[in-house]
Design a protein around this ligand. Structure first.
Ligand SMILES: Cc1cc2nc3c(=O)[nH]c(=O)nc-3n(C[C@H](O)[C@H](O)[C@H](O)COP(=O)(O)OP(=O)(O)OC[C@H]3O[C@@H](n4cnc5c(N)ncnc54)[C@H](O)[C@@H]3O)c2cc1C
Length: 397
């Protein structure tokens, strides 16, 4: 087994890290106040080829594989304690991967150049007020019309709604096309948030405030046929490849955000003296450090293993099942392990750790979202159990 990045990936990491240190780290927690990622940061990321980095060079993309996309995710997870830029990045890399693999030429030529340049946003919108984990419970419908498709329904808890509704772009979406066929009647498509008949809504999240969260209603929204992604009525299967890409990146982001927080904690516990002793000497503290560090390094490895398997699958050398299981294993405890580590770093910093000035509390709020976003911890358990025991052991079937 090779536990190595290629020389090219290492060099790429260095240039991403240099960008992060120069442009993102100085932002500190400002994104929590401005509630948006500055356009010059998006443009800087675009210049480095980080946006929708999985899109093929045919459409202006960097054509990165999953492991290389993970390298960017890791560096962004370290650099932005608010978690906003990692989220902005990861959805576009993951759903760009799906669009690149299954989208039509016409759609890719239209959408990718604008996303890759940082002008448009590309997100994912499957969740509804009454259907999150249960994608088949979706109420949104898509119907064939004489010259395209008509979409009706409502999505909720969607990242990047303001970015797409005001700046341009849209979301990869799923809806029932043949409702009586259940999961075999769902279709995936690109849904532009600037289309006529779309009304955006907004909600306020606990963290990652530099990227918006909200929803939208679609009232007889007309979309062209070339926005359909993959085969009609096959969407339920197709969409999981996008989720899996995103989940593996999330595992890496949780690991790097947690490890960055532990670095902050280490600096603190080496300096802070209580009862005349640096608190880093107390085993109650340094044993916890050792445990968190070990867990987060394991998480990082699991995240990269999942990404590596995604790459193998594209070469026909790994099965869907292997990928699903490895991804779910990597994401299952990603948020919990990172949150637990960051929570202890906050505790080590005493009262300061509970203040809004402490960067770690923002990181905690950000990684907490990943116990839900792109598939909850419980759903990850369900997937692993299903792969171990077989489909007959899914309780609701
Ligand atoms: C910050 C944030 C950003 C998000 N961004 C997006 C986005 O951009 N696009 C998008 O489409 N969605 C997004 N989501 C939504 C996210 O994908 C859903 O929250 C998630 O899929 C869970 O769906 P739900 O919230 O409807 O919970 P439900 O599906 O209603 O589940 C409720 C609870 O029950 C648990 N549960 C469900 N089934 C089982 C089971 N079989 N056994 C045990 N427990 C179970 C769940 O894990 C959860 O804890 C975002 C969520 C958050 C918090």
């Amino acid at each position: 087994m090779a536990f190595e990045f290629t020389e090219e990936q290492e060099m790429f990491r260095e240039s991403v890290r240099e960008f992060c240190e120069r442009r993102i780290v100085p932002l500190g927690l400002t994104l929590e106040e401005t509630k948006e990622i500055p356009q010059e940061i998006k443009k800087g990321m675009a210049e480095l080829g980080l946006l929708a980095c999985t899109a093929s060079p045919d459409y202006g993309g960097s054509g990165l594989n999953a492991v290389s996309a993970g390298v960017i995710a890791e560096e962004l997870g370290r650099a932005d304690p608010t978690g906003s830029i990692p989220v902005f990045y990861l959805v576009q890399a993951s759903w760009g991967f799906l669009l690149n693999k299954y989208g039509t030429e016409e759609a890719k030529k239209e959408i990718f150049p604008k996303v890759i340049s940082g002008d448009w946003f590309l997100g994912i919108a499957t969740t509804e007020a009454d259907a999150g984990s249960d994608v088949v419970g979706t109420s949104m419908t898509i119907k064939k019309a004489s010259d395209g498709f008509i979409v009706n329904g409502e999505k909720m808890y969607i990242s990047g709604v303001r970015e797409a509704a005001t700046g341009g772009g849209g979301h990869v979406t799923i809806a029932h096309q043949t409702p009586k066929q259940g999961s075999r009647g769902m279709t995936v498509f690109y849904f532009p948030l600037t289309a006529e008949g779309v009304t955006p809504t907004y909600i306020s999240d606990l963290g990652r405030e530099g990227i918006s969260c909200g929803g939208f209603t679609a009232d007889d929204v007309k979309i062209p046929s070339h926005y359909i992604i993959g085969e009609e009525n096959r969407g339920f299967h197709i969409i999981h490849e996008g989720y899996e890409f995103a989940r593996a990146l999330i595992a890496v982001i949780c690991a790097s955000s947690g490890l960055k927080s532990l670095e902050n904690g280490m600096n603190y516990i080496k300096e802070r003296k209580v009862f005349g002793t640096a608190i880093g000497k107390f085993e109650e503290i340094n044993f916890r450090l050792a445990e968190h560090y070990t867990r987060l390094c394991a998480l990082r490895d699991m995240g990269y293993k999942a990404l590596w398997l995604i790459d193998k699958e594209q070469e026909g050398k790994a099965s869907r099942f292997e990928v699903s299981k490895a991804v779910a294993m990597a994401k299952m405890f990603a948020s919990d392990w990172a949150c637990n580590a960051i929570n202890d770093v906050m505790q080590w910093q005493g009262a300061f750790g509970y203040s809004k000035e402490c960067v770690d509390q923002a990181a905690w709020r950000a990684v907490r979202s990943f116990a839900l976003a792109e598939g909850s911890r419980e759903i990850m358990k369900m997937i692993v159990a299903r792969e171990l025991l077989g489909k007959d052991f899914i309780a609701y079937k």
